[in-house]
Ligand binder design. Structure first.
Ligand code: HEM
Ligand SMILES: CC(C)=CCC/C(C)=C/CC/C(C)=C/COP(=O)(O)OP(=O)(O)O
Length: 326
């Protein structure tokens, strides 16, 4: 009955549209697009810029269903703390809009649909990887780590990096160093992404006893960790160029500009650990960063970009000699 107290909403009083909206909210839909962007970038890399549109659609759909299932399971498991935290108490389960049992059925249906879709239209490896994402996020992150260690999101972050593997596997049927490299980039990006947010909402986590890093070690140590992870993560983005050679100079230029800005933000945060607007801006930037970096991968791997850069390089001599030097 406590489920119904948060907002006073009764299940009997929901119309069809509200029911659909409640199930939609269970999937934490705002996070899914970025997971799909990493999947898509990986597909572009794996296919040298020539992605089969049908495969792209089914893989992204399968990925969406898997992520939605994982998030729904997380909403079920965390319904007690979600009820207590300000930010999460209006979620469908703590607010009494969806019954736990129905949410569980919904999550299972989503997972089955995802597995079937990916197995039939992509391949078994992509399907198994998507399922491993659900299991890892649910069992390793949500059950074992989230409530027990400050390293929860460092290790648990691997779940959020799995979509990068799904994309590569869907195209090639196996995994390569480049797939693992994109996985590593998302993995290393997760701590700065999440800890910047956790600096803003640490009181909420403290209230429910979740040992997120800023709650346990304070702001200064957290910003130090954000700084270290940002440096390693930005450095790692260049390994896709050398030694892996999967992307080229267009991606390189984009990675330098985006990475420099991320480093600047983390540096500022390191010197102003209590600056909440700065933490917010770093969190928001982390999302834009990942979006644009993935876009950089897509643009770089397009055959048109290759032709254009080849023409530019061929004509570099002529272009340079045409520049008037006084
Ligand atoms: C263990 C790893 C991660 C944790 C703990 C985490 C945690 C969070 C939390 C708590 C929020 C705020 C959501 C809200 O206000 O309801 C958030 C927002 C967000 N996260 Fe993460 N995140 C993780 C990994 C990722 C990954 C891997 C991605 C995608 C590649 C991602 C993408 C996003 C996006 C796009 C938002 C903004 C949603 C909005 O517009 O409100 N996150 N994250
Ligand atoms: C391939 C596949 C299906 C992968 C799963 C990827 C996945 C669902 C990643 C989610 C990462 C994330 C937003 C965690 C927040 O959880 P939280 O419980 O800490 O957030 P909360 O405090 O908002 O509940």
């Amino acid at each position: 009955m406590q489920e119904l107290i948060a907002t006073g909403v009764s299940r009997q009083h929901q119309n069809f549209k509200e029911v659909i909206q409640s199930y939609y909210q269970l999937t934490k839909p705002r996070i899914i697009p970025l997971l799909l962007i990493t999947t898509a970038a990986s597909m572009w890399m794996a296919s040298n810029g020539r992605v089969d549109p049908f495969l792209l659609v089914v893989t992204l759909l399968g990925g969406t269903l898997a992520a939605a299932s994982a998030q729904t399971l997380n909403c079920i498991y965390d319904r007690d703390i979600d009820y207590t935290m300000e930010r999460t108490r209006k979620r469908p389960i703590p607010s009494g809009k969806v019954q736990t049992r129905h949410a569980l059925i919904f999550a299972i249906v989503l997972a089955v649909l995802s597995f079937t879709l990916l197995t039939v239209f992509a391949n078994l490896l992509a399907a198994l990887l998507a399922m491993s994402g659900i299991v890892f996020y649910m069992v390793v992150y949500t059950h074992f780590l989230k409530r027990h260690t400050t390293q929860n999101i460092v290790i648990g972050g691997a779940a959020g990096a799995i979509p990068a593997l799904v994309g590569w596997a869907a195209v090639t049927g196996d995994l390569s160093w480049s797939a693992w490299m994109l996985f590593a980039i998302v993995f290393l990006w997760t701590p700065p992404h999440f800890w910047a947010l956790a600096l803003m909402i640490r009181e909420d986590y403290a209230k429910v006893g979740i040992p997120m890093l800023p709650v346990i070690v304070g702001e200064e140590e957290t910003t130090k960790q954000i700084w270290i992870y940002t440096l390693i993560m930005v450095g790692s983005t260049f390994l896709l160029i050398y030694p892996l050679g999967t992307v080229g100079i267009v991606y390189g230029a984009i990675a330098i500009i985006l990475g420099w800005k991320f480093i600047q933000k983390s540096w500022q945060l390191l010197h102003n650990p209590s600056d909440i607007p700065l933490a917010r801006s770093t969190f928001k930037y982390s999302i834009i960063y990942m979006m644009l970096l993935c876009l950089g991968i897509v643009v770089d791997t397009l055959p048109e970009t290759h032709s254009l850069t080849a023409i530019l390089v061929d004509n570099l001599q002529t272009i340079i000699s045409a520049i008037p030097i006084s």
